[in-house]
Design a protein around this ligand. Sequence first.
Ligand SMILES: Cc1cc2nc3c(=O)[nH]c(=O)nc-3n(C[C@H](O)[C@H](O)[C@H](O)COP(=O)(O)O)c2cc1C
Length: 304
Amino acid sequence: MIDLSVNIAGVRLKNPVLTASGCFSYGEEASEIYDISRLGGIVTKSLTYLPREGHPPPKVVETDSGMLNAIGLSNVGIDKFIFEKLPFLRQFDTACIVSIAGSRVEEYVKMTERLAECDGIAAIEANISCPNVDEGGLEFGAYREPAGRVIAEIKRRAKQPVIAKLSPNVTDIVEIAKSVVANGADAISLINTLVGTVIDIEKRSFKLSNKCGGLSGPAIRPVALAMVYKVANTVKVPVIGMGGIMTASDAVQFMLAGASAVEVGTACFIDPMAPLKIIDGLRDYLARHHEKSVKDIIGKVRRS
Ligand SMILES: Cc1cc2nc3c(=O)[nH]c(=O)nc-3n(C[C@H](O)[C@H](O)[C@H](O)COP(=O)(O)O)c2cc1C
């Protein structure tokens, strides 16, 4: 028997594979295809205090080895989530991690206070890294001081562990990681998407209505992996890695680099079964390498 369980800031995950925010909605669609209790956890679409429509189409465009999105944080808002989506998610035996995003510190605070009253939430993932909204999001995640300040305010009210989700669109992600940990983050997840764009040369116009969007998928994997390695080797809290994870071998790379768990995003759009295939593939890898527990490979990449 191979033990796939891991522990993230006191939250036991039955396996280290979660679905990434924005790529799994609130779980309803996938639950019609497979038993989502098999997942280590689910990270919800980022919620804002009020519902958001997001940007007009086109919101998504395919690129070489990836995709660009400028969804603009379209979501149901905190109330509808608590009354409609959370009771649905509570039926499943998997960790429900609620992602929150805001344009002001007070918005994160109000949502954290609401979530503190709710059962069935394993952790909060604070998205301080969304590149696709005009205000907020990345403004917090891009600099040490505001990143630390918003995490400190969330942490002060949170009843659940707080995971800070970091942006790769910064000069030095390690500095941001140190700041959020110094301000109470219980874990770190990274990376969010990289800012990018595509231009239609015949129409001489941007392919996304928002002009720029966030790049995800295999194209960003080497960047994400290097950032996970650097952050995991600096901070003392668990790190959740993501960015272009399509297969179990990709997930193993992130865990060897120091991630205690992984999130799967873009892969879910190509193959909704991808997270389950990654769980099975992880088990096969561990069996092949005579490992009894997935915990034994975390951070075990050779350094020389
Ligand atoms: C369509 C789409 C929507 C996303 N929405 C969110 C979001 O609401 N909140 C968030 O923190 N990240 C969001 N992300 C970023 C992913 O959670 C993830 O950090 C990123 O895509 C890298 O992982 P991947 O290459 O496996 O997709 C979104 C990504 C995509 C492709």
